[in-house]
Ligand binder design. Structure first.
Ligand code: PMT
Length: 223
């Protein structure tokens, strides 16, 4: 039945923002609430999957029956994803991971001074790209938060990151992206096929995304 189409599968889902510490009272973050990732986790459990949810969000209550791992920084998220990657069948990276973090973390509060303050930033590790390099049979799903050229960037991302599927959302569209309860996503597959979805609740979008994964896993078994 439909309700158990993911039974026997284990899924690692990342959700929410990361926080990159500047000093004991400040950090850099982004607008992700974690809602998209938590909806995916909840719907995956309903479909029978074992779910590990690695979350940078500390405001949402987790769906029942998931293994929740809270993280703060991109580095912590990277380490937890690596720890669990080998034991899962599917990875969905809906987290909005910081691309940059402060080079220096101050152990005392940075005090005000005359003139401008310059904070030097360095690149964080790209978790999705790393997974694409080391994957052994796992089905790898990335997200793409774009503001323009969605199709072109999504297809480039599939190639560059060796992903099986990219879920793109135009984060400037009304009712889509960060914070809200709805999303407008387009699903891009490695074989270049595309599924464009209308405005849906994040839970309904999650169901569609999971159904696409199940469908593709079925295709792979047949070939
Ligand atoms: O959390 P919500 O408020 O519900 O909002 C949902 C969302 C808009 C955050 C979500 O739908 C979404 O688009 N998530 C991905 C956001 C993002 O960081 O996109 P990106 O294009 O910068 O990154 C592309 C992919 O690489 C993502 O799968 C991301 O998890 C991954 N990545 C990025 C940087 C990095 N250092 N490591 C990564 O793995």
């Amino acid at each position: 039945p439909q309700t158990s189409i993911l039974s026997g599968k284990s899924i690692l889902i990342t959700a929410g923002p990361t926080k990159e510490i500047i000093d004991p009272v400040r950090y850099l973050t982004n607008r992700s609430s974690g809602k998209m990732g938590y909806a995916l986790a909840e719907e995956a459990v309903k479909m029978g999957a074992d779910v590990i949810l690695i979350s940078g969000s500390d405001t949402l209550s987790p769906p029942s029956d998931v293994t929740l791992i809270n993280v703060e920084s991109a580095e912590e998220m990277y380490n937890e994803v690596m720890k669990h990657f080998q034991e899962v069948d599917i990875v969905i990276k809906s987290a909005a991971v910081a691309d940059y973090r402060p080079v220096q973390v101050f152990d005392k509060k940075v005090k005000k001074k005359d003139g401008n303050l310059v904070i030097e930033l360095e690149r964080t590790k790209d978790i999705l790209q790393k997974l694409g390099q080391i994957k052994r049979g796992q089905f790898l799903v990335g997200f793409a938060a774009e503001t323009n050229n969605i199709e072109e960037y999504a297809l480039q991302k599939i190639e560059r990151k060796n992903a099986d599927m990219i879920v793109a959302n135009d984060v400037t569209a009304k009712g889509a992206g960060f914070g809200v309860d709805t999303n407008i996503v387009t699903i891009f597959h490695k074989d270049q096929s595309v599924k464009k979805l209308p405005l849906l609740s994040k839970h309904d979008a999650a169901k569609e995304i999971l159904a696409e994964i199940v469908h593709k896993l079925g295709d792979d078994r047949e070939t």
